[in-house]
Ligand binder design. Structure first.
Ligand code: PLP
Length: 426
């Protein structure tokens, strides 16, 4: 069966050049990059080359790149580390458990962070955990296109307190971190990070961007974006799963997230995943070179897919269509249809894509991103994401434009609500 993959925002295949670059580090050059013998030094050199390649993709200095296990770890490190940046503790001080609990509360209290309602769970769930420790969190709303208004960031800093109903505290909270994603994974919406970063800088607040979905798709320059921390993930960038990076601007005070040896100057202990890191480096180099051409080609294909769907299928609408978007992503509502049913129907026809709803505790929950842009539960549940990539071809889009209308027609024919609604319009 013909198989077409339009789910590149979920993950990408490893680029053949990336795989070639990685292979020696599984066998001949397997040494530990911390060993001082010559095989170890060869592994170290490969890691440092990768650091330069990743830095070059985002306009950073190599020493500002820390390799991690992926986007989730990078986001956790930035958020927990950024909030607790100013904690210091006496060496060898071991508090009793009651003292430790009290200390944790004291550390967290009086702190405030700002994020958005449409972040990935790696950010949202980190923030929710911090709330349990007494940190106040403002979740900024977005408009119909999924964009944050920089003015709302400014206002959130001014007000300081996220929730005026919280019990009174002796000190007014200080905003320590602003975390706004660069591009959204479901809609592709790109946020006005330059302006948000400028506001953060004016107020001497650290700013973090989850750039997992923008890296390699649109240009990133950490200095233009005014960010202090930025998360990347290998597997969204044609490198393998389980490797990522965190950019930490020189001079940023960030508390350690993992404890262990002195790898990566103590910023991220753990024996380096040399092959994965080499893969990420190579993928970053390819992305830097091919980004402009890829973006032009892929956005033309995406626009053709969108136009084709809107022309061929009645009662369809593109979500967040007026926003600046990553070139590869489109999110479309198909009235009267359950997104997950359409994903399955398309899978049976050979097309892979993803739904705007997910199963949570046995129930189908609409995506928090789609409800945050004002879609009703029904509209959110009827939405599908198609995400294109470097290997998407014109003939794959033609195939998608054949199978999607057919699958939608089949499902609508058996959807009682749609049939009733359609009948009322004749
Ligand atoms: N942030 C965003 C925006 C994502 O889309 C993802 C993955 O889907 C992550 C973070 C998590 O990255 P990883 O899968 O590398 O942990």
């Amino acid at each position: 069966m013909n198989r077409v993959y339009l789910d590149y925002n979920a993950t990408t295949p490893v680029d053949p050049q990336v795989l070639d670059a990685m292979l020696p580090y599984f066998s001949a050059d397997f040494a530990n990059a911390s060993s001082i013998h010559s095989p170890g030094q060869r592994a170290r050199a490969a890691v440092e080359t990768a650091r330069e390649q990743v830095a070059a993709l985002i306009g950073a200095k190599p020493q500002e790149i820390v390799f991690t296990s992926g986007g989730t770890e990078s986001d956790n490190h930035a958020i927990f580390g950024g909030v607790n940046a100013l904690i210091t503790r006496p060496i060898n001080y071991k508090p009793s458990s009651a003292e430790a609990r009290e200390r944790r509360m004291l550390i967290s209290h009086g702190k405030h962070i700002i994020t958005t309602m449409i972040e990935h769970e790696a950010v949202l769930n980190s923030c929710q955990e911090l709330e349990m420790l007494g940190v106040q969190v403002t979740y900024l709303a977005v408009d119909r296109d999924g964009r944050v208004d920089p003015e709302s960031v400014f206002k959130a800093i001014q007000s300081g307190r996220a929730n005026p109903d919280l019990p009174l505290e002796p000190v007014s909270p200080t905003t320590t971190l602003i975390s706004v994603m660069h591009a959204n994974n479901e809609l592709g919406t790109v946020q006005p990070l330059e302006e948000i970063g400028r506001i953060a800088r004016q107020h001497k607040i650290y700013s973090h961007a989850d750039a997992v979905q923008s890296a390699g798709k649109i240009p990133i320059d950490v200095n233009t974006l005014n960010v202090d921390l930025l998360s990347l993930s290998g597997h969204k960038l044609y490198a393998p799963k389980g490797v990522g990076a965190l950019y930490i601007r020189s001079g940023t005070r960030l508390k350690q997230f993992l404890y262990g040896g002195h790898h990566q100057r103590g910023a991220r202990p753990g024996t380096e995943n040399v092959a994965g890191i080499v893969g990420l480096g190579k993928a970053a180099e390819i992305a830097r070179i091919s980004l402009a051409a890829d973006a032009a080609r892929i956005s033309a294909l995406r626009d053709r897919l969108e136009r084709g769907i809107l022309e061929r299928i009645p009662k369809t609408r593109v979500n967040a269509v007026s926003a600046p978007r990553t070139p590869n992503t489109t999110n479309i509502q198909f009235a009267g249809i359950r997104g997950e049913a359409l994903v399955i129907a398309l899978d049976l026809k050979g097309l892979a894509c993803s739904a705007g709803a997910a199963c949570s505790s046995g129930a189908v929950e609409p995506s928090h991103v789609l409800t945050a842009i004002g879609l009703s539960q029904e509209e959110a549940k009827s939405s599908l994401r198609f995400s294109l990539g470097r290997h998407t071809t014109e003939s794959e889009i033609d195939f998608a434009l054949e199978v999607i209308p057919a699958a939608v027609a089949q499902l609508r024919a058996i959807a009682p609500t749609y049939r009733k609604e359609a009948a009322s319009h004749v």
